[in-house]
Design a protein around this ligand. Structure first.
Ligand code: CTP
Length: 407
């Protein structure tokens, strides 16, 4: 589901004639599923690679073609003007070298080119082509020209290309295109110029090479906070334990396994951070002695593991907190939620604590919805706030509070 501010938007997708055009069917489907209105414009070359009927069926609207630029059929409703006024964002994917050239040159001889020229909404280009074509200074200069005009050109992914080459030139994944489109649509940039460090996910504390102690955290909450902070303009570092989630686009991911690794990464990233949100479910204990070999099932019917406590990362950061730095922690509780949360707020020198009742199926680990109570440090002089909703509502609510106290 999209972030709060990205619902009910109108997306205009321009498709140019690269082989990756076939992937736009999935992209249109994803947007429609998320409740967006989608219009598509295909260049003539694109229409040879993906059927306009496919896109129009998925978008539930006609697919516009170059021949619509000057067509009697639409009368006074000039398509490139009507479409350019309608769109909240214009996405060109895939964007061929030629489409990039045409956009940079202000070439209005196609419906897509004329619409790009007339459109005042954010424009987002996803170049996809042979790696030599992408590396060519002519292409790079066109990309730069568009960026200098305030548009965004997203670097292609690297990997095997349809032309047989290996290198940069692939169209990014559908998820990455959704993510970048949300970034363009985000109406607030209140975290611009700020570095935000977020921890997320569980940790794995290995007892032998094939077994570990962990918890059911999925990392969804921390990933949503990292994404939302990035949409709102922050430079984001996400220190994540093992999570089966796609790293958000535009966020620097530091992958760790154990609590000790997480601590090391956090202590190295925290000094330059303006905001630190500790959303990870850090394992409190690790095996005192990790077996080098797999522990064999012995004749004995019981096994005693000796555990030792991991360091408290939030507390370590709280002790080193610089003036002006905001430190937020979570308190995952099953009882005495308020008391326990306030105790953690104080003991870890947090500025705010997000108290999370993890006892119920609705709001516990791995759940998509959440209901949290946020307590602020007494020095900030603000009453607790309750936020209920999906991960985006909670993530943006937490960042709203942080944004308010840092103003
Ligand atoms: N935390 C941490 N390092 C740890 C344990 C917890 O940084 N070794 C952080 C969590 O990311 C969270 C906050 O501290 O932001 C509280 O975590 P929680 O698991 O609720 O509490 P604990 O401090 O582990 O205390 P307890 O297990 O007794 O509830």
């Amino acid at each position: 589901m999209p972030p709060l501010w990205a619902t009910d938007k109108k997306i205009l997708l321009g498709v140019s004639g690269g082989i990756a055009a076939y992937k736009t069917a999935e992209l249109v489907r994803a947007w429609i599923k998320q409740g967006y209105q989608v219009e598509t414009i295909l260049t003539d070359a694109a229409a040879r690679l993906v059927s306009p009927l496919t896109l129009s069926t998925l978008a539930k609207r006609r697919a516009w073609r170059d021949c619509d630029l000057l067509s009697d059929e639409h009368g006074w409703k000039i398509p490139h003007i009507t479409l350019s006024e309608w769109a909240d964002v214009l996405v060109v994917a895939p964007c061929t070298a030629n489409a990039l050239r045409a956009a940079a040159a202000g070439d209005s001889s196609t419906l897509l080119g004329a619409t790009l020229l007339a459109c005042k909404s954010p424009q987002l280009f996803f170049p996809a082509m042979n790696s030599n074509m992408w590396a060519n200074p002519a292409t790079k200069a066109n990309a730069r020209t568009l960026e200098e005009r305030g548009h965004r050109v997203i670097d292609p992914d690297s990997g095997p290309l349809a032309c047989g080459y290996e290198g940069a030139g692939r169209l990014p994944s559908t998820e990455a295109i959704l993510d970048e489109t949300w970034f363009s649509l985000c109406p607030i940039r209140d975290f611009a110029g700020k570095k935000v460090l977020v921890t997320a996910g569980p940790t794995h504390e290995y007892i032998d090479p094939v077994r570990f102690i962990s918890n059911p955290s999925t990392g969804k909450m921390g990933y949503a906070i990292a994404s939302e902070a990035r949409y709102r303009g922050a430079e984001v570092v996400l220190v994540s334990g093992p999570a089966a989630l796609r790293p958000p686009s535009g966020v620097r991911l530091v992958s760790v396994t154990s609590a000790e690794e997480m601590k090391e990464a956090c202590l190295s990233e925290s000094p330059g951070s303006d905001v630190i949100v500790m959303a990870a479910a850090v394992g409190d204990y690790r095996a005192r002695a990790r077996s080098v070999q797999k522990i064999k099932r012995a004749a004995s019917r019981s096994l005693t593991l000796e555990l030792e406590q991991n360091d408290d990362i939030a507390r370590a950061i709280g002790e080193r907190k610089a003036g002006g730095q905001i430190l937020a922690g979570f308190a995952a509780e099953t009882e005495n939620i308020r008391e326990n949360a306030l105790r953690k707020l104080d003991a870890k020198n947090l500025d705010l604590v997000v108290a999370n009742d993890v006892s119920g199926a609705e709001t516990g680990f791995a759940s998509d919805s959440n209901s949290v109570e946020i307590y602020l440090a007494p020095a900030l002089g603000q009453p607790p706030k309750r936020i209920s909703g999906d991960k985006w509502e909670v993530a943006s609510g937490i960042l709203d509070i942080i944004s308010n106290v840092t103003e």
